[in-house]
Design a protein around this ligand. Sequence first.
Ligand code: NZQ
Ligand code: ZN
Length: 385
Amino acid sequence: MYNFTLYMPTRIHFGKGQISHLSELRESGTKVLLVYGGGSIKRNGIYDTAVDILKKAGLTIYDLPGVEPNPRIESVRKGVEKCKAEGIDMTLAIGGGSTIDCAKVVAAGAKYDGDPWDLVLDRSLIKSALPIYSVVTLAATGSEMNPSAVISDFTKHEKWGTSAPALVPTMSILDPTYTFSVSKRQTAAGTADIMSHTFENYFSFENADVQKAFGEALLKVLIKNGPIALAEPDNYDARASLMWAATHAINGLTKMGNAPAWCVHPMEHELSAFYDITHGVGLAILTPVWMEHILSERTAPIFAAYGRNVWGVTAADDMTAAKAAIEKTKEFLFETLELPSSLRAAGINDKNNIEAMAEKASRKTAQSFVPLTQADIREIYEAAF
Ligand code: NZQ
Ligand code: ZN
């Protein structure tokens, strides 16, 4: 286990009815930018509830609606302009990871004298940000308790993550009932995303028993509760387990002291940048192909441990157990969660961008569990068709 410093200052209010804590935003001032997506929060009533609480607490609300899944830099720019023009004190995202990520970069952009895209390309420029708050409505990205944000510029087919201590939310509200209305497809994609965050941290050569055992526990929670949430969207306990697993999979607990650079995420971000596909769907397609690509005598013991500890695989031989674990992963993603099993099945029919995507993704994968070159990534994309 290597050295690390972990600091997770986000105040979490978890459970039914915790939205009442929105009144605490008064601690950061009186003007709040309310950032949300395409309308789900208006359809399920969360918007009205939130506005009521904020107004009663004496806050003035400025709306930034219409944040896209795979949020665009254009939305960030709009938010920054509003913050600067109105002297806004804080941002509040209500929605999935896309709205939270947008609210984060808006908050940093409000304190930056230049184009906020600079902050996406160069995280060292993020010196400060307005206080960031969130109400999570989809269990997936863990953005509610981490320092990261992922923003796209589709005019250039670019999607990059940025990260800075100033982007860690001050407070997040996690009410599992708010995820009852998430569609089957998004529930499955969110589960695949949480699973991928856990894998990105789990597959390492470090002897980090605590982090690995925690990762295995998270995976078991997902394997148990993902299917329940699909069958019974309003099952509180299943939704609560998915929501809390999402937060922990990417708040640093399983990564620190353990994980090398991530690699499936950079490959997926290119798919989203070029084809605007759902993040969790891209991850589900790439994950088993990546596992097969890097399976070797050296990595087999780690895949075998995953198979034995998570799936109850009994094979004594590591390579046999590793292969069984990868098959179990495929069955879960493609049969149980019913996610598309290939890029074609996800609607990507051309191979025109493989080389460009492989080149960009390879900028991030030299230090991963098994380092991936541009040629490796090209092969993984080809095998995913
Ligand atoms: O836009 P609305 O109308 O709100 O609908 C959204 C959207 O269409 C809908 N939705 C959300 N909550 C709902 C709901 N529909 C019904 N009921 C609800 N309660 O779901 C759709 C997807 O929302 P989105 O926010 O895009 O999903 P997700 O949370 O999966 O976020 C994905 C984005 O986060 C990035 C991804 O790359 C992608 O851009 N990531 C952010 C990370 C981070 N900040 O740490 C890490 C991740 O690995 C990831 O890269
Ligand atoms: Zn992810």
